[in-house]
Design a protein around this ligand. Structure first.
Ligand code: CTP
Ligand code: MG
Length: 393
């Protein structure tokens, strides 16, 4: 089995059982269209050379939006009316690349792990046709036409079968072409088609977490599974001070507030955003605002601080994490912050890409004590709560 290792991700279904007004693979789980983490699992895997998506011909805009920024993807090909036809379209599209091995996977299974892909490749190389299977804990009964129990099956012989299913490319494309030529179009998985063509199919260990998102309830389950994966919860704090100077406004939390003084400092001197950036970087143990945006670098002079916050939030996303909460306290005698509190919360939430309910803004005076009390400067303190995948170091 020489030749590259390819993965086909079939995503041309309509998602009728899930409902929701759009094909389920484009509905978000944890803020990302479901197909995106599925594709990323293959793109990020060092042993996968080619990733071939198969999509509905009406879904091109949804697909483009869902895959923005992903690199190394083959151009998508149009699927067919059945899953079998969609897989065949993907196989035909790969013919020129002459893969040795091909993994065939449902876009609707976004929780596959690198270890599962490794097992699939190993089993595929060993047997030429293999599927992931999970043992059944419950007793399973077969029914008769009246819905009565006809038989209790021996569950030790049964497996629930998932994807990615893996095949020698030549074997599975030949089987697909034969089935299509014979007018058979309702095989629900590729193993059934390989069995029909007379090939023995082996089974390797699947994963209970590798669910196929099928119904609307599965979306709730998937959200919970995603959160359970993000169980490495971290808290960071940030602190910033800027001095008042002559001027007519201050920037606070991304909002311009008219004031009898201005603030001096690197960039636009938004203490609230600067403290939040340090809080997020602190939660990631990823340096501080000065190490990423040195004050000595002229390009940050007068820069709008929303860029710094967007950068810190992107660092969280690069770690596949999520921001659970941002909270900031501003200390000054004036200007009064409370009239601007909701505008600041909304602005911070918009920059961070989180719900406004996850942003707290508070303000206090320091009772005329100290430098804030004498209105020499303004202080902000912030806390960020960040969730990272458990595997993160
Ligand atoms: N699929 C496909 N082409 C089809 C039908 C299904 O590429 N004509 C894909 C789906 O997009 C999905 C996978 O096959 O990733 C498994 O199918 P299923 O879970 O049944 O998805 P849908 O067919 O979209 O859902 P439903 O059956 O509820 O309509
Ligand atoms: Mg279907």
């Amino acid at each position: 089995m020489t030749g590259p290792v390819a993965a086909i991700v079939v995503a041309a279904g309509r998602g009728e059982r899930a409902g929701g007004g759009m094909p389920k693979q484009y509905r978000p789980i944890a803020g990302e269209p479901m197909i995106r983490p599925t594709l990323r699992a293959f793109l990020d895997h060092p042993r996968i050379d080619l990733v071939q998506p198969v999509i509905g011909s009406a879904d091109q805009d949804d697909y483009a939006a869902a895959t923005a920024g992903l690199i190394r993807l083959q151009a998508p090909v149009a699927g067919g009316a059945t899953r079998q036809a969609s897989v065949r379209a993907g196989l035909e599209a790969l013919a020129a690349a002459a893969p040795g091995l091909v993994l065939i996977h449902d876009a609707a299974r976004p929780f596959l792990t690198p270890a599962l892909i490794d097992r699939a490749i190993g089993a595929g190389r060993a047997s030429g046709a293999a599927v992931p299977g999970v043992a059944i804990a419950d007793t399973v009964k077969a029914l008769d036409a009246d819905g009565r129990v006809a038989e209790t099956l021996d569950r030790n012989r049964l497996r629930v079968v998932q994807t990615p299913q893996v095949f020698a490319y030549d074997l599975i494309i030949a089987a697909h072409r034969r089935a299509a030529a014979a007018g058979l179009d309702s095989f629900t998985d590729d193993a059934a088609l390989a069995e029909w063509a007379g090939h023995p199919v082996s089974v390797f260990d699947g994963e209970a977490g590798n669910i196929k998102v099928t119904t609307n309830e599965d979306f709730t389950r998937a959200e919970l599974m995603h959160l359970a994966n993000l169980s490495d919860v971290r808290t960071g704090n940030g602190f910033d001070v800027h001095a008042f100077v002559e001027g007519d406004h201050v920037m606070l939390g991304g909002v311009r507030i008219a004031h009898s003084r201005g603030v001096t400092g690197h960039s636009d001197a938004d203490v609230a955003l600067h403290a939040l950036v340090d809080a997020i970087l602190g939660a990631l143990a990823d340096g501080d605002i000065g190490s990423h945006f040195p004050p000595s670098d002229p390009q940050w002079k007068g820069a709008s601080s929303d860029r710094f916050l967007a950068f810190a939030c992107e660092r969280v996303r690069q770690r596949r994490g999520a921001i659970a909460h941002l909270d900031v306290t501003v200390v000054c005698e004036a200007p009064r912050v409370s009239p601007h509190r909701d505008a600041m919360r909304e602005r911070i939430a918009a920059i961070a890409g989180i719900a406004v309910e996850r942003v707290g803004v508070k303000a206090t005076t320091s009772e005329k004590l100290g430098f804030t009390g004498r209105s020499e400067g303004i202080v902000a303190m912030a806390t960020a709560t960040v969730r990272l995948p458990w595997r993160a170091a």
